[in-house]
Design a protein around this ligand. Structure first.
Ligand code: GLN
Length: 481
């Protein structure tokens, strides 16, 4: 973990070049089996005069962040040869802090999808069990941290793309308040929902990395004025009296009485045990009930808004400004050909949905209504946040599914349980997933979401809960070496 590495570097027990080479060796060693990376950077480069807690620490960056001079594909065929000419702010800040980039990680194409299986650059496997998926879209970043290749990795999160793979990969995944970290240079998916965030192996490390990359950026008009807090200093604060709620409709076992899904029952049982431990530690935890209709609307609302925004944002992927040029006699034919060859089925489906939603005659009924429902959901949670400091829920209903899983995770039964984390994107709330138990030998995460702007509080709560799980710092790589 970062603090240990810092100490070793400062005591000259190891050099940053040695750390980099070790990461590089693991990156190559695991690549064939797990496919975390689109590009591995084989050359050690460090900004010599940097002096920060991250100086000399290796890390990985999702391949939808612009890196000048380094191939950036977003795991899409339409960008397979794209080499950007400018740096994303996050990358620039990490460079300035002296962190060392080991590689660009695989994602579900253009960050759409939640399985880690739709990348044009190949599917990513779960480090805890190769027959299972790791989840997405930040699949490679989650796998690289879970394998211990790097102590931290950067991801993006539009619906749950950091927090879901964190759950499946047994690592910490944190998405701060909307605008806390600049998105300049992050390929836009759905701008009103997109967030930059981090994967680490403990909560304190998530705070350490966020401290370095947060802050206002003149290149991103949605970025927030810095709160001038140092989250790493706040994580150990006392939590006595902090109030959390969980949603009855999602985690009360009575809802699943007729289910014979053993993994789901075990996940929820272990969740209830965790709540008891939290209460012993001084947290106040209460059950609240939310209109089921509203909760069931989360997923369709997310799809409506994100497909509409994605269709508009990605209209520049024509194969003309960048990407392989299509064939044809007219501009329309050229673009048609480039986009037909450049996108997978999933992307095409979403663009068709998005175009339909954005058609003039559908805008009011579909897009604007989805925005209204989003507002109702956010208002409900904000109202609860008047009384509670945070919401605690399982990040998934089981460990990672197998690649050929046909248990219908998208069926009605799982609709809310598997999709509630989009609430964090709807409201821009800070939200973190940390490992809390193993079910059927696979890790499962718990998610904590807090009030907007209160990143310090969410990290503090998560840090205290992490102490109770006994799973701080776990990594799948241990079982491989
Ligand atoms: N799984 C969600 C989707 O399919 C979330 C993706 C994301 O957060 N980037 O769009």
């Amino acid at each position: 973990m970062i603090e240990e590495l810092r100490e070793k570097l400062d005591n000259a027990e190891v050099t940053s070049e040695e750390l980099f080479n070790e990461s590089l060796k693991k990156a190559h060693q695991y690549q064939d089996e797990y496919n975390s990376f689109v590009t591995i950077i084989d050359q050690y480069k460090i900004k010599k005069r940097a002096d920060s807690i991250l100086t000399g620490i290796p890390y990985a960056l999702k391949d939808n962040f612009s890196t000048s001079g380094i191939l950036t594909t977003a795991s899409s065929n339409i960008l397979k040869d794209y080499v950007p000419v400018y740096d994303a702010t996050v990358y620039k800040k990490l460079k300035q802090a002296g962190a060392v980039l080991v590689g660009k990680t695989v994602l579900d194409e253009l960050a759409m999808g939640g399985t880690g299986t739709t990348a044009a650059t190949g599917l990513v496997r779960n480090p805890w069990d190769k027959e299972r998926l790791i989840g997405g879209s930040s699949a490679g970043s989650a796998a690289a941290v879970a394998l211990g290749i790097v102590p931290f990795a950067i991801g993006s999160d539009t619906g749950d793309s950091i927090r879901k793979p964190a759950s499946y990969g047994g690592v910490v995944g944190y998405k701060p308040t909307y605008g806390r970290i600049s998105r300049y240079g992050l390929f836009a998916f759905a701008s009103s929902l997109d967030h930059v965030g981090v994967f680490t192996r403990c909560v304190k490390d998530a705070a350490i990395v966020t401290d370095i990359i947060k802050g206002q950026d003149s290149h991103d008009m949605t970025s927030l004025k810095d709160d001038n807090k140092t989250y790493a200093k706040e994580v150990d604060n006392d939590i006595k009296g902090r109030k959390l709620f969980y949603i009855k409709e999602i985690c009360n076992l009575d809802n699943y009485k007729d289910s014979n899904d053993k993994e789901l029952i075990e996940t929820l049982t272990r969740f209830n045990e965790l709540l008891d431990k939290c209460k012993d530690q001084g947290f106040i935890i209460e059950e609240v009930s939310i209109d089921k209709q509203l909760l069931e609307a989360i997923y369709p609302t997310y799809m409506t808004i994100s497909c509409a925004e994605a269709t508009s944002n990605n209209a520049n992927l024509t194969g003309i400004q960048f990407g392989p040029r299509g064939q044809g006699n007219s501009i329309d034919e050229i673009i048609f050909d480039a986009r037909t060859k450049g996108f997978s089925e999933l992307i095409k489906r979403r663009f068709i949905l998005g175009s339909y939603i954005l058609q003039k005659e559908n805008q009011e009924k579909l897009y604007l209504n989805a925005c209204r429902i989003r507002r109702l959901i956010v208002d409900k949670i904000t109202e609860l946040f008047k009384e509670y400091d945070g919401m605690i829920l399982p990040a998934s209903g089981s460990g990672a599914p197998k690649f050929d899983d046909s248990s219908e995770k998208l069926s009605d039964r799982y609709l809310i349980l598997e999709n509630h984390m989009a609430i964090g994107n709807f409201g821009g709330f800070p939200s973190i997933t940390i490992p809390y138990c193993f079910v059927n030998n696979m890790p499962v995460g718990v998610n904590i979401t807090g009030r907007i702007m209160e990143d310090d509080v969410v990290l503090n709560i998560a840090n205290k809960i992490e102490e109770l799980t006994g799973l701080k710092g776990i990594k799948a790589g241990d079982t491989h070496v």
